[in-house]
Design a protein around this ligand. Structure first.
Ligand code: PLP
Length: 393
């Protein structure tokens, strides 16, 4: 039965993390896996989350299944976070799903079910998991031009040109903010142009938002998503609480559908639930219960906002610091793009040989694309990183 199966190679990023863990060099730096870290390299439970855990431990009196659609406080809190007042419409519905990935998968399965001829267009490059995830759902996947790695800037004209030829069988996968892996986001003007093209050409935007609050702040990070939402007849949004609530392992996410009328929205809801029923049956409770508790309590929400702002400003401060440190070393390459970009990632824009040298000579680990996790930098290691990068340049 298993004869035809071959052993698969490990996920490249997880392999980098494992190699870094085993490296005995005391100065080693892990800029690989996309997890937020504090100055001392930890990923602690947020204080707001810990308080919600305490509340939940005291109040939870059963482990019976929750409603298939999910925790009501979670769904309304998350809708408000994403869309504000605009989310109060019978054209919009959400269901809780296991993480951003589970949400993306339910969205993809629903696309495959409703339109087997659909083509999903993903940015070149995009988050590595988008590709196998969408292909496993049976979707046709193509790339649209997005990032010019050599010049560290958006390929805006080529992207819009591609979108201007799409039609009603096309889905455009957009990163809501903090584009992974490049850190380069659409400008407000580009969001407007994309929204207008979606209306004109009839393609469906599918927004993946996994870093709300990590770019500028909770509101500005979703301004583009809200503009698209206000204009288009149909849209899909997959959101994740892994990063901004630090709930990675609790698999907390939401998949949402905007459609033309209440009846079609109910069709989206019931079909999404039926897809989920066939995969994992019922959503996990814990993470969503914690987020629900935080978002319906003003004090916990305030505490969470403060913690989120702290994470965001730490990463933005590190971006500036790294650029300054590289400039101090007289590097010729212009790294100012790192400061302009958003969220946890940027491409350093160095070649494979340079990436290998950083790893072999200085135990600095990053993805093969030169993507770095900004949160892996600290005030303590930034000089070491800047020295090593300047050396390999
Ligand atoms: C762009 C993007 N989308 C979705 C996710 C999904 O995250 P999770 O499934 O852990 O919630 C990630 C996580 O790295 C991501 O970077």
């Amino acid at each position: 039965m298993f004869e035809s199966l071959e052993i698969l190679p490990p996920d490249p990023l997880l392999g980098i993390a494992a190699a870094c863990r085993q490296d005995p060099n005391p100065n080693k730096v892990d800029l690989g896996v996309g997890v937020y870290k504090t100055e001392d390299g930890k990923t602690p439970i947020l204080k707001a989350v810990q308080k919600a855990i305490d509340n939940l431990t005291a109040s939870e009196d059963s482990k019976v299944y929750i409603a298939p659609q999910g925790n009501a406080d979670f769904l309304s809190g998350m809708t408000n976070l994403l869309l504000g007042e605009q989310g109060n419409t019978d054209r919009f519905v959400s269901i809780q799903a296991p993480g951003g990935t589970g949400s993306l998968r339910i969205g993809s399965e629903l696309i495959a079910k409703s339109n087997p001829n659909a083509t999903v267009w993903a940015s070149d490059p995009t988050w590595a998991n988008h590709v196998p995830l969408m292909k496993s759902a049976g979707l046709n996947l193509k790339n649209y031009p997005y990032y010019d790695t050599a010049n560290s800037k958006l390929k805006a004209d080529e992207m819009l040109e591609t979108f201007s030829k799409l039609g009603k069988d096309d889905i455009v996968l957009l990163h809501g903010c903090c584009h992974n892996p490049t850190g380069e986001d659409l400008t407000p003007e580009l969001w407007t142009q994309v929204a207008d093209l979606a209306v004109e050409r009839g393609f469906t935007p599918f927004v993946d938002i996994a870093y709300q609050g990590f770019g500028k702040n909770l509101e500005e990070d979703v301004a583009g998503v809200r503009e698209v939402f206000a204009k288009v007849p149909e849209m899909i949004i997959a959101s994740s609480c892994s990063k901004n609530f630090g709930l990675y392992r609790e698999r907390t996410g939401m998949i949402s559908f905007l459609s033309e009328n209440a009846e079609k929205t109910e069709a989206c809801r019931t079909n999404a639930l039926s897809i989920a029923r066939g995969i994992y049956s019922m959503p996990p409770s814990y993470g969503a219960a914690l987020v629900g508790l935080i978002l319906k309590d003003a004090e916990l929400t305030k505490l969470w906002h403060e913690e989120l702002e702290e994470m965001c400003s730490r990463m933005n401060g590190l971006r500036t610091l790294l650029v300054n440190k590289l400039n101090e070393r007289g590097v010729e390459k212009d790294f100012s793009f790192i400061e302009r970009q958003n969220g946890m990632f940027s491409f350093l824009g160095i070649n494979k040989e340079q990436i290998d040298r950083l790893r072999n000579e200085d135990a600095i680990y990053m993805a093969g694309s030169s993507r770095i996790n900004i949160a892996g930098i600290s005030n303590t290691n930034v000089d070491y990183i800047a020295d090593a990068v300047a050396k390999v340049l």
